[in-house]
Structures are given as structure tokens and as C-alpha cells.
Design a protein around this ligand. Structure first.
Ligand code: NAD
Length: 477
């Protein structure tokens, strides 16, 4: 299989053309700090040109079937180039190669599902004739694209989270201006090459690179953008919402995800899954397990098993297929996590395993004797740290889980159906996963949080709803 790119030096992609810029930004290998590639830096003029191209493309027909075909073709091309994508993700993120391969496979599924959903965009009949005086009327709704969608994505899942925005936006008939994360833009730029190869009409996808704090405000200032879809930190999400004003905004933000292990659960399964889902991508996952509440009856057994499974995690070069956990995105992030753990220890927490930094690596860490107001519990760690606390009864643990500004997903290990339903009705999150951790997700399920975790849902069908406007058509017959 030929590689898609011969060099990883990319311009901006505007109106179907690659465009060089005066300034460039380097992209580094997060494991050994060598240069992996280079991207362009967008100016205000580039942003305006990309948005104008996106708007103009809205005037050119692009049938539902053609959207379906282009998205399927890109999914197939992704499957044909799994290794090239996986390698670039492993380098730019520091994600272990096996996890990176998994991300590429999921990205293809996200695009396939977006293609399928393109054929199912529909409204409904509304029985307006049921109102007195409206006996002679009929009505139905239809969905229309919002127009120009600006998509801004984070560093941690740089391909699949781009597919979660670009796939549904294109399926719904919108044009996209994409701004990938500056730390990890290369996989998104490679994907853009596949859209080009698949024959996406020009202007339907434009890609702007550069520092988010500079390009972001240029995007929000452009009033031709109809909608912002953002995944990233709550601080930036709030800023985008303020600047977007009355325009539609979908926000997928952070979490300090909780998982409960009840006394009737399979403790071994719970411990293995917690050890696995707390340290994927070095804990830099929005639904990474961070707070674990274990019933006192099984606390000791759980702690032994989770410590044992965690201490076996193999750190190393992300390109080595034996590696289970790679570096964090930057050394300053590893230093921040180190400080938060040290602060927790100073306040009484005990390091059961890990608790050590080596450069850009932070060892997988399990803490006990924590309390709710420590940063490692209260804030989003976004690193390989899990804080375990015992509990005595169901209502106590539900209020501990809900004692958070966030509410993306939570997990509950129990074999008691009544407890599972009781918790489902009371835990305030976007998704509750029974007999697995908060970290479970498949790409076609509705996914999104409550409280500070955001507004709006992803998963192609749900994102298409966010990215279309519903109009009612009423007939007076
Ligand atoms: P970030 O907020 O720093 O950056 C996200 C994106 O926003 C990047 O493309 C960045 O360039 C851009 N950006 C930065 N400043 C901007 C500005 N002023 N205006 C517009 N755009 C700007 O987040 P990150 O560090 O890349 O990602 C980590 C965060 O993402 C965590 O909080 C994590 O929980 C969250 N996240 C959430 C989900 C979810 O689905 N809920 C998924 C993945 C990550």
C-alpha cells in the first residue's frame, strides 16, 4: 500500500487547495522530542478565506447519496492505511501503537456510521389537525443543514474526534472549517488528503492549523460561521460559547469520571477493567476512570487486585507493540500531575502504587485515603491517576459521585438490577455504564455530558440533529 504523504509538512487546506504560509509550526514526537512534521500557521485572512469558501460551497448541490458515497470511500481508505495513521498518532500523541490502531478502526466506523445516517435524516408528520380550527391543515417537519460549521478538536484522540465532527457535518450537508489541536494535527491533515482523494467537493472541508488561542478567536469573530462544535477543556469551551453569542454551540468538555464497585460485583473483573480504563492514553481520555468508590466489604480485595494489575502496566516507546502506556502530551503536564499527587499525599493520601515521574512519563498511580476536596478528586486530572475511596451504603455513594461539577459518564459494577435502576435514576451524568467503567464508549451511541461536561451530544445520529435545523411546513388545504 502506497503511503498517503511522502513528507509530513502540510499547508492549509482551503477551497480544495493546499496553501503554504510564511510561518510554520513544528510537530514533535512526544516520546523522544524529535520532529515529526510541520504545519502552516493561519492568519486572519486565511480564516476569512476558508469560511468564505465553506459558505460558497453551500450554494453547490451535494446530494445525500453523494455524501454517503464520499464518507464510505474515506472510511475504506482509512482501513487501507491503518498502519500509516496509527504510526502518526503514536508519534504525535505518544499513544501506544495498539491503542492508535484501535483509534483508526473506530474512526472508520464513525465515518461509516455517518454515511449510513446521511440516508436517514428525516422529519416527522405533526398532527396539527388535532387542534380545533385546524381540521383542514396538515404539517410535517424537515431538517436542513445549519450551513458553515467550525469544528475545534483536542489533542488526545486526534483522528476519531475529528471524524465525530466532520463525518456528521458532511452527512448533514454542511461545510466544515476544521481547526485540529496544534500538538497533534498530522492525522487530521492526512485524513483531509483522503477526503480529497475520495472526491469531496471543494469548500466542503477546509482545514486551518496554528495555535488555538490565536486561530480560535479569529473563527468566533467571523459571523459567517453558523455553528461551533468543540471538544476540549471547559475553560476554552466557555470562552467559545461567550464569543459565539446566539450561534449554535455544541461542547464536549471534561470530567472527573467516577466508577462504583458494589459488594455483589465481580471484583476481579472490576479491578482489571479499572486498571485498564484508568491508564489508556496515559489517562488523557475524557472518560478515563479517576474516582473509584468501592464498597467496604470488598475494598481490601479490590485494592490488592487493582494494585497488582496497575503495577504490571508496561511503559515505553509508543511504537513498540509491547508498550501499554506512553508518555504524557508534554513534560509540563507530567509535572502538573506530579504536583497534584504530592499535594494529595501532603493532605493524607497514600500512594498504593506509582506516584513517580520520569521526564514526560508519569507512572500509573493508585491513591487511597483520599477525600473529595483534594485536586485529584475534585478537578479533572487528565493523567494516569486513580483515587480509590471506600463507602458503606448506596445513597452515600450516589451522593459522592454526584458531588462534582462534571457529569459525562459514570460506571457501576453490580449484579443487583434494582440497584442499577435506582442509580440510573439518581446519578446525574450523560451516560451510566453498568458492569463496566465510565470509560466505555462505542461511536454510534449518544455521548455527551451534563453540568460542566458540556452541552449537546455526539455519535453521528445525535450530532446530525445538532448540526441541522428543524423546519415545520404547514398546509392549509
Ligand atoms: P484545549 O481546550 O486546550 O484545546 C482544545 C482545542 O481548542 C485545540 O484545538 C486548541 O487549539 C483549541 N483552542 C485553544 N484555545 C482556544 C481558543 N481561545 N479559542 C478556540 N479554540 C481554542 O483541550 P486539550 O488540552 O486539547 O484537551 C483536553 C481536554 O479535552 C480535557 O478537558 C478533556 O476532558 C477534553 N475532552 C473532552 C472530550 C469529550 O468528548 N467530552 C473528549 C476528549 C477530550
Amino acid at each position: 500500500m502506497n503511503s498517503i504523504a511522502t513528507s509530513y509538512s502540510f499547508g492549509l487546506f482551503i477551497d480544495g487547495e493546499w496553501q503554504e504560509t510564511e510561518q510554520t509550526l513544528n510537530v514533535w514526537n512526544k516520546y523522544n522530542q524529535s520532529k515529526v512534521g510541520e504545519t502552516a500557521v493561519s492568519t486572519a485572512a486565511d480564516v476569512n478565506k476558508a469560511v468564505a469558501a465553506a459558505k460558497q460551497a453551500q450554494g453547490t448541490p451535494f446530494s445525500l447519496y453523494d455524501r454517503y458515497e464520499v464518507l464510505l470511500k474515506v472510511a475504506q481508505l482509512l482501513r487501507d492505511h491503518v498502519e500509516e495513521f496509527a504510526e502518526i498518532i503514536a508519534k504525535e500523541v505518544g499513544k501506544p501503537i495498539n491503542e492508535a490502531r484501535g483509534e483508526v478502526g473506530r474512526s472508520a466506523l464513525t465515518l461509516e456510521n455517518s454515511a449510513e445516517e446521511a440516508k436517514r435524516i428525516h422529519g416527522e408528520e405533526i398532527p396539527v389537525e388535532a387542534a380545533p380550527g385546524s381540521e383542514n391543515r396538515k404539517a410535517f417537519t424537515r431538517r436542513y443543514p445549519v450551513g458553515v460549521v467550525a469544528a475545534i478538536t483536542p489533542f488526545n484522540v486526534p483522528l476519531n474526534l475529528v471524524c465525530h465532527k466532520v463525518g456528521p457535518a458532511i452527512a448533514a450537508g454542511n461545510s466544515v472549517v476544521l481547526k485540529p489541536a496544534e500538538e497533534t494535527p498530522l492525522s487530521a491533515l492526512l485524513l483531509t488528503k483522503l477526503f480529497e482523494e475520495a472526491g469531496l467537493p471543494k469548500g466542503r472541508l477546509n482545514v486551518l492549523t496554528g495555535e488555538g488561542r490565536e486561530v480560535g478567536p479569529l473563527l468566533t469573530a467571523n459571523q459567517e460561521i453558523n455553528m461551533f462544535t468543540f471538544t476540549g477543556s471547559p475553560q476554552v469551551g466557555e470562552q467559545i460559547r461567550r464569543e459565539a453569542g446566539l450561534r449554535d454551540t455544541a461542547l464536549e468538555l471534561g470530567n472527573n469520571s467516577a466508577t462504583i464497585v458494589h459488594n455483589d460485583a465481580d471484583v476481579n473483573q472490576a479491578a482489571q477493567l479499572v486498571a485498564q480504563k484508568s491508564f489508556n492514553n496515559a489517562g488523557q481520555v475524557c472518560i478515563s476512570v479517576q474516582r473509584v468508590y468501592v464498597h467496604r466489604d470488598v475494598y481490601e480485595v479490590f485494592m490488592e487486585k487493582v494494585k497488582e494489575a496497575t503495577s504490571r502496566i508496561k511503559l515505553g516507546d509508543p511504537l513498540d507493540s509491547a508498550t501499554q502506556m506512553g508518555p504524557m502530551i508534554a513534560e509540563e503536564e507530567a509535572i502538573r500531575v506530579e504536583k497534584w499527587v504530592n499535594e494529595a499525599v501532603a493532605e493524607g493520601a497514600v500512594v498504593e502504587t506509582g506516584g513517580k515521574r520520569e521526564g514526560v512519563f508519569y507512572h500509573p498511580t493508585v491513591l487511597s485515603h483520599v477525600h473529595a476536596d483534594m485536586k485529584v478528586c475534585r478537578q479533572e486530572v487528565f493523567g494516569p491517576v486513580v483515587a480509590v475511596q471506600p463507602y458503606t451504603n448506596e445513597d452515600e455513594v450516589i451522593s459522592l459521585v454526584n458531588d462534582s461539577e462534571y457529569g459525562l459518564q459514570a460506571g457501576l459494577f453490580t449484579n443487583n438490577l434494582a440497584l442499577a435502576m435506582y442509580a440510573a435514576d439518581r446519578i446525574h451524568v450523560g451516560g451510566l455504564i453498568i458492569n463496566d467503567t465510565s470509560g466505555y464508549r462505542v461511536d454510534h451511541m449518544p455521548y455527551g455530558g451534563v453540568k460542566k461536561s458540556g452541552t449537546g451530544k455526539e455519535g453521528p445520529r445525535y450530532a446530525i440533529e445538532e448540526m441541522t435545523e428543524e423546519k415545520i411546513v404547514v398546509f392549509n388545504l
